[in-house]
Design a protein around this ligand. Structure first.
Ligand code: ATP
Ligand code: SF4
Ligand code: SF4
Ligand code: MG
Length: 392
C-alpha cells in the first residue's frame, strides 16, 4: 500500500480568511494533545504531522483548495528489478530509451542510476530481487509486454552494440597507456575522424600528451571522445560533465546531441540539470531512499515538457508523488548572510606565485570568519594548481 499524506500549499493557504476548518474538523488527536494538523503561528500556515491518515476531511473543508493528498515514496511490492544481496539496495523498474531521442536520468546519489546504466549496457544481469538462479528467459519474461522486452532480447543475443562511458574516469590511466592520440587511434584508425573528434572536444592541443598526465576534465573529454568514436547502437554516458567547467560542459553536450539519430539509443545520467535540460528529449527521475531503494518514475518530456522542473519542485504530477518536502529554488541573488566584518580570518596583499612555468597573480584581498568564498575559472587553470600546491 502506498504511503499517503496531506500537504498544505503555503501559497494558497489563507488562514485569516477561512475559519481554519482544516484543523477544527481533523479527527486525529492523540493522547497528550498531539494533532495530525495544527496551526504554526510562526510559519503562518497549518503543519501536518506524521499522525495524518490521509482521510481527506481537511481537503474537503478548505475553501481555498490549499490541501491535497499525495503519495510518499515507499518500497513497491512488485517491479523489483535488482537487489545487491540480502538487505542490499533495491532498484524498482527500468527506463526504456527511445531510438533517436536522448534519455536523461536524474536522481540523488545512491538512487541506482549507475545500476541502470550497467543493466542497459548488459554488464549487470538483473537478479529480479530473488535469491534463486535467474535465467535470461526469466528476465525477458519479467519485462514481457514492455518495450524493454525486445531491447533486452536483442542485448542478450549480442545484437545491440553498447558503448558505456563509465562514471569513474579516474580509473582510466590504470588500464589505458600511451598518448591521447594513441588511445583514439586504437579505437579508429581513421585519422580524419580522430582529428575531428579531438577538435570537437578541445583535445587537439593534448593529442601528444600521455594519458596519465591528463587533468580530470581532460580525462573526461578523452573518455567521451573515445565513446563517440565507436560505432554503436546504444550510447550510455554516466556523469559526462563531472570535472568540466561550464564551457566544456556545453561542448560535451553538443557532441552528445550530435550522435542522437533515428537508429541510436542515447542515455545520459548527470547531476547538472542545466545540461540535461538542454540535452534530454525525455527524462526519468529516480526517487526513494538513497542507499536503500530507488524507483524509476514514469517517462516525462525534457525541458519543453517540464521534466526537470518536476524534479526541482520535488513533486511528480503523474504519480502524485512528493519526493522532497521543499522545492529547490534558485535565486539570481541569494539573501545576504550576516557576516561580522571585523572578524578577519586572512588578509593578503597583491602577490605573484610561480610553479614551474605557471604563474599565478592574485590581487589583494581579505576573508572574514564565516564567509563562503567561491572560486571560478576555466579548466586547467590556477584552481588546479592552487589545490596541488604543497602547504608551506
Ligand atoms: N556491487 C554492489 N554491491 C552492493 N551494493 C552496491 C553495488 N553497487 C552499488 N551498490 C549500492 O547501490 C546503491 C545505488 O548505487 P548506484 O551506483 O547505482 O547509485 P547512483 O545513483 O549511480 O549514485 P551516484 O549519483 O552517487 O553515482 C548505492 O547504495 C550503492 O552503494
Ligand atoms: S487528511 Fe485527515 S488526518 Fe490528515 S490532516 Fe487532514 S483531516 Fe487530519
Ligand atoms: S489550509 Fe485551507 S482551511 Fe486550512 S488554514 Fe489554510 S486556507 Fe484555511
Ligand atoms: Mg552513479
Amino acid at each position: 500500500m502506498p504511503v499517503r499524506v496531506a500537504v498544505v500549499d503555503k501559497d494558497l493557504c489563507q488562514p485569516r480568511k477561512c475559519g481554519q476548518e482544516c484543523i477544527r474538523f481533523c479527527p486525529i488527536v492523540r493522547g497528550g494533545g498531539k494533532r495530525a494538523i495544527y496551526m504554526d503561528e510562526q510559519l503562518g500556515h497549518p503543519v501536518i504531522t506524521d499522525l495524518c491518515t490521509a482521510c481527506g476531511i481537511c481537503v474537503r473543508k478548505c475553501p481555498f483548495e490549499a490541501i491535497t493528498i499525495v503519495n510518499l515514496p515507499s518500497e513497491l511490492g512488485e517491479d523489483c528489478v535488482h537487489q545487491y544481496g540480502p538487505s542490499g539496495f533495491k532498484l524498482f523498474r527500468l527506463p526504456m530509451p527511445k531510438l533517436g531521442r536522448v534519455l536523461g536520468i536524474i536522481g540523488q546519489n545512491a538512487m541506482g542510476k549507475t545500476t541502470i546504466a550497467k543493466i542497459l549496457a548488459g554488464e549487470l544481469r538483473p537478479n529480479l530481487c530473488t535469491n534463486s538462479q535467474v535465467s535470461t528467459e526469466d528476465i525477458i519474461r519479467f519485462f514481457r509486454g514492455t518495450e524493454l522486452q525486445p531491447y533486452l532480447t536483442r542485448l542478450y543475443r549480442g545484437e545491440v552494440k553498447v558503448v558505456h562511458k563509465p562514471q569513474y574516469i579516474e580509473l582510466i590511466p590504470m588500464y589505458v597507456k600511451g598518448t591521447v592520440k594513441d588511445v583514439l587511434m586504437k579505437i579508429s584508425d581513421n585519422e580524419e575522424k580522430v582529428t575531428k573528434i579531438a577538435e570537437k572536444l578541445n583535445l587537439t592541443h593534448l593529442l601528444n600528451r600521455d594519458v596519465d598526465k591528463l587533468s580530470g576534465g581532460e580525462l573526461q573529454r578523452l573518455a567521451i571522445a573515445a565513446a563517440l568514436l565507436r560505432d554503436a547502437d546504444t550510447y550510455i554516458f554516466d556523469e559526462p560533465t563531472t570535472h568540466l567547467d561550464i564551457v566544456e560542459r556545453l561542448r560535451v553536450a553538443e557532441a552528445i546531441k550530435d550522435i542522437a539519430s533515428g537508429d541510436k539509443y542515447v542515455i545520459v545520467i548527470d547531476h547538472d540539470l542545466a545540461v540535461l535540460d538542454y540535452l534530454a528529449d525525455q527524462v526519468v527521475i529516480l526517487y526513494g531512499k538513497p542507499g536503500a531503494y530507488g524507483i524509476v518514475s514514469h517517462m516525462r518530456g525534457g525541458a519543453r515538457e517540464g521534466g526537470i522542473n518536476e524534479y526541482l519542485n520535488g513533486y511528480l504530477t503523474s504519480e502524485n508523488m512528493l519526493i522532497r518536502k521543499e522545492p529547490i529554488k534558485f535565486r539570481v541573488k541569494p539573501a545576504p548572510r550576516p557576516i561580522q566584518k571585523e572578524k578577519v580570518l586572512l588578509e593578503w596583499t597583491d602577490l605573484t606565485k610561480r610553479l614551474g612555468d605557471f604563474e599565478l597573480e592574485v590581487k589583494a584581498g581579505v576573508i572574514h570568519r564565516g564567509e563562503v568564498i567561491g572560486v571560478l575559472g576555466p579548466q586547467r587553470n590556477w584552481q588546479d594548481n592552487l589545490c596541488q600546491a604543497p602547504r608551506q
